[in-house]
Design a protein around this ligand. Sequence first.
Ligand code: KG4
Ligand code: ZN
Length: 341
Amino acid sequence: MKILAIETSCDETALALLHGSGSLAAPKFRVLKEAVASQIDMHREFGGVVPNIAKREHLKNLPLLMKKIFPASSNTEIEDVDFIAVTTGPGLEPALWTGITFAEELARKYKKPLIGANHLEGHLYSFLLSKDKVSFPAIALIVSGGHTLLLEVKNIKTWKKLGETRDDAVGEAYDKVARILGLPYPGGPEIEKLAKRGNGEAVAFPRPMLHQKNFDFSFSGLKTAVLYYVREKGQLSEKDKADIAASFASAAIEVIVKKTMRAARETGAKHILLSGGVAANTPLRSALNREGKKLGAKLVVSNKKYNTDNAVMIGAAAYMNKLRGKKFSKKKLRAEGQLGI
Ligand code: KG4
Ligand code: ZN
């Protein structure tokens, strides 16, 4: 099946044309075309994503990306599409609706079925876009600017939520700590770079919820601890900043890795499926890889472009929905407002 997929849940406008084949138990995907317009530069001066700016940019970018996917000369290609896939949430409400309305118009114009996909299922299914063959049970760790989620994946189509963040997502905590240290948005890569020059044991920041029996996370207290430490310290040298970044990162990574390993141990996981924008973090990947090996659970991470928000993962999740017989229904839409500033 040829799928035209649309993603506009946050600050990336993304379109993809992909081919999905195989059964629910063994789906296969081939990417035909993909295009992403990042809005990071637009939001940078605000230190985070502004929902109405995101909406305006999606409205501007969607027709431009359509031209990239379907250049005028091959307009007939859209006739070959079997269905249109669109993210239905969670995400920033004005941003989501822009993509949904655009997808509805295309579906009407070209008389194509419309299939919705949950953004988090998109992240989860990004492992289907990697070369690794995954065995189950597995643990999925979804870490982004909006989510921090641990799932027990019993098989390719069944999973259970084990835990999630009770306040800030881990990417959000990286972004906020970066702001405290005067670094630009998005803060994750900046903190990672700065932390390399610092000592992760210089400041004993808290490890929130590490010793609680559940699989939930909390990063807001950790971010506040950084804020108080910085206020107390007053003038910061470059060395101080690097030590703070490294100490914050060690605290965040320790909690994530220990909780993920406990989940893997308790469920007998054979694989750990890491996804979301924070999956780009090298110390996090190395720690999950190293600790996972000790348990016989292999780390699987897709290509970086399928971990940041993209439409290919949405096409894959929608293909799974199609095979499950899920219909697009406006009543079930989860265009929730969240994040943003
Ligand atoms: O998945 P994503 O592109 O968008 C959301 O759905 O949120 O994730 C973006 C988040 C941002 O918070 C960004 O700071 C974080 O991922 N991030 C990182 C790194 N690269 C991106 N966090 C830590 N280390 C990184 N290298
Ligand atoms: Zn995302």
